[in-house]
Design a protein around this ligand. Structure first.
Ligand code: FMN
Length: 443
């Protein structure tokens, strides 16, 4: 038998033997002494083939390139890393970036890191119900997909891919006014999907009214009016990248095409990339917002909209108790505490931190939802414990879309859902309904 006894002892130990040693810098009166170090001895031998064989498990490498790519994505952050490689720089930055110094986004993400969970143990958590009820309807998971403009820029299948994935998972999909697939096309693509429509109020009120009527006719369940976009936020990454809609062919973008050929081939060989619910636009997003959007909108317009829309009406972008009260007083059924993913006002308060006071003020009269900065299912659980009915996620599914199209969105939804279920179980909650403020505090 090939067996030797090797003393696994370091130089220092050998020279000191088993003598007691003072801790570094702690000599003198009150010195602390360590216990004598043990001399570890391990018997070594050559392994037998019969022992090695069961350990050899060759990894199955998927042949499909999308599947292969997504097999490396275990978190939303992994999807983000893949997206950063797959999409042209200006496209990735459009989704990933925020306004000015990006303080609002950082602050929102940091607030989730501040959330400190207080688990309750020895509960039977063999099953965890991730479902919630929003406006009287059951949702299988406590999050919806937020409205995102220009989604076909992220991936040529855009909203079609996203709404199909949403339908499969039973997740509510919100179509943006700035969407690149029309209200009707999205409805046709996924007729069974739970769909909301997001509206911006334009200077041209008749055009806004037309969109609301089309959304109603096409079976959208709720109307989300975004109210934090009086003027365009200054998204410095877009300014520096010279991003225009549609992307212009400049020497820089042509060079980029060499680095991301698949994205450019898809862009140039599928239907032209334009806004589906508004007139064609050639220029920057900021110029578009400042030209079309109406900065004179007030709470009086909410009453006008209320008269047009019989279903649930939510205001998105509310961040103070006073505005939450005013929104509900003027007819809103729900509010989304949100800083627009940090893409509008910089230095805004973190939604998670203002949430409890807003829930206290209007939670008995309206559904309170939250978004901005969610990268993990634990973030969603923290928001629910602090009183949110549900959350919206934006970038999380866009990273999936950029990383792997429709299957990437499936992956993002599955990752968040798994994280939510696991967090509930480790918190000792059998379902979202058992969450309460005792489960979380903000450090
Ligand atoms: C690329 C992108 C486009 C967006 N477009 C819109 C939009 O058209 N309308 C809107 O109300 N919000 C829009 N938002 C904001 C989202 O609806 C949501 O508030 C935000 O993404 C939430 O933050 P998160 O991305 O960190 O989850 C957009 C966000 C992103 C990232």
């Amino acid at each position: 038998m090939v067996a030797r006894l090797l003393p696994l002892v370091g130089q220092q130990t050998r020279s000191h033997g088993t003598r007691r040693r003072p801790l570094a810098g702690a000599a003198g009166p009150g010195t602390h002494w360590r216990e004598p170090e043990e001399v570890a001895l391990a018997a070594r031998r050559l392994p037998r083939w019969s022992e090695l064989r069961p350990l050899l498990r060759p990894e199955r490498v998927p042949l499909d390139p999308v599947e292969r790519r997504l097999s490396h994505a275990h978190t939303v952050a992994d999807l983000r890393a893949i997206a950063a490689r797959r999409a042209p720089r200006a496209v990735f930055d459009y989704a990933d970036g925020a306004a000015e110094q990006e303080i609002s986004l950082c602050r929102a993400r940091r607030s989730f890191a501040r959330a400190e969970f207080h688990p309750q143990v020895l509960r039977d958590v063999s099953a965890a119900d991730t479902g919630v009820t929003v406006f009287g309807r059951p949702w299988p998971v406590p999050f919806a997909l937020a409205p995102t403009g220009f989604t076909r820029m992220m991936h040529h299948e855009g909203e079609r891919a996203v709404v199909r994935a949403a339908q499969r998972a039973g997740v509510t999909f919100t179509l943006s006014t700035m969407g690149t697939t029309s209200i009707e096309q999205v409805a046709q693509e996924a007729p069974a999907a739970r769909r909301w429509f997001q509206l911006y109020l334009w200077r041209d009120r008749a055009a806004g009214k037309d969109l609301v009527e089309r959304a109603r006719a096409a079976g959208y369940e709720a109307l989300v009016l975004t109210v934090d976009t009086a003027v365009a936020g200054a998204r410095m990454r877009d300014v520096r990248n010279g991003l225009t809609i549609p992307p212009a062919l400049t020497p820089a973008t042509v060079l980029d095409a060499a680095l991301h050929p698949a994205w450019w081939v898809n862009l140039l060989t599928t239907e032209p990339l334009t806004f589906a619910n508004m007139h064609e636009w050639h220029g920057t997003v900021a110029d578009l917002v400042n030209t079309m959007f109406d900065p004179s909108v007030t709470f009086a317009d909410i009453e006008w909209l209320r008269g047009l829309w019989p279903g649930p009406l939510l205001l998105k972008g509310i961040c103070t108790v006073a505005d939450a009260r005013a929104a509900v007083d003027h007819g809103a059924d729900g509010i989304i505490v949100s800083t627009h993913g940090g893409r509008q006002l910089d230095r805004a308060a973190a939604p998670l931190e203002v949430l409890p006071a807003i829930v206290d003020a209007v939670g008995d009269r309206a559904e309170v939802l939250l978004d901005t900065g969610i990268m993990n299912g634990g973030d969603v659980v923290a928001a629910l414990a602090l009183g949110a009915k549900a959350c919206l996620v934006g970038r999380a599914f866009l990273y999936g879309l950029m990383a792997g199209g429709e299957r990437g969105v499936d992956r993002a939804i599955a990752i968040l859902t798994g994280e939510i279920a696991r967090t509930l179980q480790l918190l000792g909650a059998r379902g979202t309904g058992e969450l309460n403020p005792a489960h979380v505090s903000l450090r």
